[in-house]
Design a binder for this molecule. Sequence first.
Ligand SMILES: Nc1nc2c(ncn2[C@@H]2O[C@H](COP(=O)(O)OP(=O)(O)OP(=O)(O)O)[C@@H](O)[C@H]2O)c(=O)[nH]1
Ligand SMILES: [Mg+2]
Length: 291
Amino acid sequence: MAARGLLSGMGCLFEMPAALGLVSRPYSTSQTFAEVLRLPKTQLTKLVFPLQELQRHLLPESRPVLHLKTFDPSLEDIARAESFFTATTRNRIEYLSSAEHLDHAPDLLRPEVCFIGRSNVGKSSLIKALFSLAPEVEVRISKKPGHTKKMNFFKVGKHFTLVDMPGYGYRAPEDFVNMVETYLKERKNLMRTFLLVDSVVGIQKADNIAIEMCEEFALPYVMVLTKIDKSSKGHLLKQVLQIQKFVATKTQGCFPQLFPVRNQEQMNIISLNYKDIINYSKYVRSWKVVT
Ligand SMILES: Nc1nc2c(ncn2[C@@H]2O[C@H](COP(=O)(O)OP(=O)(O)OP(=O)(O)O)[C@@H](O)[C@H]2O)c(=O)[nH]1
Ligand SMILES: [Mg+2]
């Protein structure tokens, strides 16, 4: 079905921005993304490119700033990348193990990506959303900060391993520093770190420490802005611009494009971006952001 469903769903999208170019090859896509493609244009744009609608609130001269730094994958990219997170017999997505220290982490050669951030920022929720096409994988989330106590390893097919980390700050596990710092510093196959920041409060002191750690260890990392459904447009815009400025002026290893997410909605489409950025990791290590 997939390719046909995707193509027919895309029919109404051709007048959209350049990012939504023609589909040249058929891709297998899940039912979920095919459904997203059938949404009315405004709803689809809001869901897939949540920062795009903020652009009209900017003064004309500041528009390029936001435009440059938002991530606008094509719908074709999205459909392709979604297949990484779709569980099938040939693409097994499963929980592997948990570890309280790097010494107990599974010894894997596959590239690894991890999710770090303050407790309660939404790390586990984002991973749960990424695994929405692998419903048998259990990812625990909680309203209470400090819920995830160990590093939890998940296999994503043959592609990579994904690690859900305990949060830092309020109610962090006692051995957090030993656990997470050692992991970030020494894990050889760590290709990408996703640093989640709550859009309601922006970059906090504890985030600064994590950012300094990523910089010191020369990790290629990406900032993800969570809970965007909880912020007004004005507030969100302020946070986005502040973070983009921060990333451009104060960081070396941070990917310049911000990933805004809301985990309350159909979310797996965001997953596509993760595969794409893993590919960038080879050259981002030495990448200095130019504004
Ligand atoms: N409104 C809203 N709530 C969210 C979003 N993401 C997560 N939450 C909520 O935030 C709370 C914490 O989510 P978790 O995913 O457990 O947070 P965590 O970062 O894994 O927290 P720790 O494991 O304690 O470090 C839960 O109640 C989630 O439902 C979001 O995008 N929007
Ligand atoms: Mg958690």
